[in-house]
Design a protein around this ligand. Sequence first.
Ligand code: NAP
Length: 252
Amino acid sequence: MSATHAPPPEVAADALAGRVVVVTGAHGGLGAEAAKACARAGATVVLLGRRVPKLNRVYDALKTLGPEPAIYPMDLAGADPADFAELAARVAGELGGLHGLLHCAAEFTGLAPLATVDPEAFVRCLHVNLSAPWLLTQACLPHLEKESDSAVVFVTDDPARVGGAYWGAYGLAKQALAALVRQLSAETDTGSVRVSGLEPGPMRTDLRARAYADEARLRVPAPAAYAPACVHLLSPAGAAFRGRVWTPRVPA
Ligand SMILES: NC(=O)c1ccc[n+]([C@@H]2O[C@H](COP(=O)([O-])OP(=O)(O)OC[C@H]3O[C@@H](n4cnc5c(N)ncnc54)[C@H](OP(=O)(O)O)[C@@H]3O)[C@@H](O)[C@H]2O)c1
């Protein structure tokens, strides 16, 4: 099995000890599980999401697992560079640094022919899935660069599938994120910031259900199966995936 498809390794109990990690989409399927795994690995997790009651539930779960987390309510659809700069400065200033950024948030409203997609919805979807993660990363880079080891992880999707018909702006953005991993990594390859991608397989989440409403949900792996891979990429052990998109295999 090549390293690209290797299963997620065991995560060391202290893999992220002393680190501050921002997780977007933190009340989503993968985001919540990744946030819990990061807390268990010792990270102070900043939970970014747009629904405060749901963020509070994840916050309560994390409090029992690791360092006191923080909540940062934000709707990426309306966020601009000034909002991202404020977030980055507040996280680094109030929590003593910034070591990781895990982009789990994604908007996908369902399969539809491109010709029928409302223009505003198309642009919003591209922003939430591509320009917002980039602009947030850009704002965080000066803080990430201050650390001796830090990581940015973009969550992508299978290009063979989402590059096909009806995946619209979501599919275009996910393919562009994979290109962003290569491009940004090539520009930062001698620095302390590691850039990589995680391409999970199918996961039993709300997003998946919007494309495959009729599938037998229990046959699809739970998002927790990919949480160790998120921790691995955020930790120094993730250096092997610098500039690459990891597609770990997990059992159903
Ligand atoms: N599920 C799969 O089979 C699969 C496969 C390959 C890749 N992925 C990727 O895995 C990642 C996690 O997805 P998931 O399956 O866990 O989906 P999910 O459960 O739907 O989580 C997505 C999260 O993104 C949030 N979000 C959407 N629009 C937002 C906005 N404008 N501002 C802030 N947050 C916003 C959602 O919040 P709301 O609840 O408020 O909408 C939700 O918390 C995504 O990047 C996805 O593309 C998923």
